[in-house]
Design a protein around this ligand. Structure first.
Ligand code: NIG
Ligand code: FE
Length: 411
């Protein structure tokens, strides 16, 4: 099956020598080709270039993209997409001034979602998540990492992971699964948190590994949640089963989470509102992708991670949606692009790199996704007619995705 897309106004985020991630100053670089063609062979990109170099083609499908651009699909490397119900009522408490931590202390927040997930059937969780995946696809996402974490019991955590496995089997998206057994402390474990950590280590990790349900392991390492010592124990246990770490860190305080992530050679550490010189120093030279979640910072009205300072120091930055019912109830990566530019003063090129190749790295797929390169998986979208690619973050709230292709096929 051969598809030719011709007369592309601009082919964006092209790579001739693919890299796994882009760092520092290079984040402002992004190659594009104006008036371009793109050829897809089965599920992979086969060739691209300027229209002037297009030779005669035998294609099964020819698409004329006059006036439209083509971009690689977003990689959304941090989501809590499997959940039950919504939490808009609790959000009113936030508007009235209660903090995220105060709501959690009252049994709201993550525990509220946990109760609903425990009560929900696997079928219902699957159907709800599938609808969200369809919405994500329509906004231009082509790969997504999904965490458990609203289970709080071994049984419910395994239920969530089985739902993710079924999504992997049935959705055209590339999906990675993360065991987030340590997302919150159940009421019955308050005051004896180590016992809950033991449960994660002795039951959740071995069971998830035995059934091959998880690719990665996550911990909410932060003030009021899990300590660095708890995290060390759980990540060591996960590593024994081949689960690489991707942790929540420094969202609420300088909690030591970033240094902990680097020590464990985590694939990513995410949130990072509280990132200072010591944290930047720890990340430099590491293989851990600093990942910022602008949707959560926006929705919770938090301080912003010092993204410019991080890039100036030479670090890479990734961005993801954090899609979840409590702190970021949106899975729209186009909004993340706009937040990147508006709230973090990133250039459009930096924002596109953060949400494609670098977020692909943060979920371990940038060798096959996150840019348009020969041999990479053909996950991409064709935009509506737009004047420039800078228009993508600029026109916030408007869906600029018109047609989406995953694994070379239109969906
Ligand atoms: O990434 N920070 C921790 N966990 C989620 C929020 C989950 C929730 O509030 O339900 C996050 O923002
Ligand atoms: Fe999260």
């Amino acid at each position: 099956m051969r598809t030719l897309i011709k007369n592309i106004k601009e082919l964006v985020q092209v790579e001739r020598q693919p890299k796994l991630r882009v760092c520092g100053k290079d984040m402002a670089q992004m190659e594009t080709i104006k008036n371009a063609y793109l050829i897809i062979e089965d599920d992979k990109f086969a060739a691209f270039g300027p229209m002037s170099e297009l030779k005669e083609q035998n294609a099964d499908t020819v698409i004329d993209a006059t006036g439209r651009m083509v971009l690689p699909s977003f990689c959304d490397s941090h989501t809590h997409l499997v959940y039950a119900g919504s939490r808009e009522i609790e959000y009113i408490d936030k508007i009235r001034g209660l903090s995220y931590e105060e709501i959690a202390k009252r049994g709201g927040g993550i525990l509220n979602s946990a109760k609903r997930v425990q009560e929900a059937s696997e079928e219902q969780l699957y159907e709800d998540a599938m609808k969200r995946l369809e919405q994500m696809i329509s906004f231009g996402t082509g790969a997504v990492e999904i965490k458990s974490g609203y289970g709080m019991t071994t049984e419910a955590e395994m239920k969530m992971l089985r739902v993710i496995r079924r999504l992997k089997e049935t959705s055209p998206l590339t999906i990675k699964a993360t065991l987030l057994g340590a997302h919150g402390i159940p009421m019955e474990y308050r005051g004896r948190q180590e016992a809950f950590v033991d449960l994660v280590i002795n039951e959740m990790i071995p069971q998830a590994a035995a059934e091959g349900l998880a690719d990665y392991i996550d911990v909410f390492t932060d003030q009021g949640f899990f300590t660095v010592e708890d995290t060390d124990r759980m990540l060591d246990a996960g590593a024994k089963y081949g689960l690489r770490a991707k942790i929540h860190a420094n969202e609420l305080a300088y909690s030591g989470g970033i240094q902990c992530a680097v020590r464990h050679n985590a694939l990513s550490c995410d949130h990072l509102e509280y990132t200072g010189d010591a944290e930047i120093e720890a990340l430099l030279g590491s293989e851990t992708m600093p990942t910022v979640l602008p949707g959560a910072a926006f929705f919770l009205n938090m301080v912003h991670a010092p993204v410019r300072k991080m890039m100036d120091a030479g670090l890479p930055v990734a961005m993801a949606s954090d899609c979840n019912p409590g702190s970021s109830p949106s899975c729209n990566m186009q909004l993340i692009l706009s937040f990147a530019c508006v709230n973090y003063r990133m250039l459009p090129e930096e924002a596109i790199n953060a949400t494609t190749i670098n977020s692909g790295y943060a979920m371990g797929v940038s060798d096959m996704l996150g840019s348009i390169a020969v041999g990479k998986k053909a996950n991409f979208y064709i935009t509506t007619p737009i004047p420039t690619y800078e228009y993508l973050p600029y026109a916030y709230g408007e869906n600029k995705v018109s047609r989406t292709f995953l694994n070379g096929k239109e969906v």
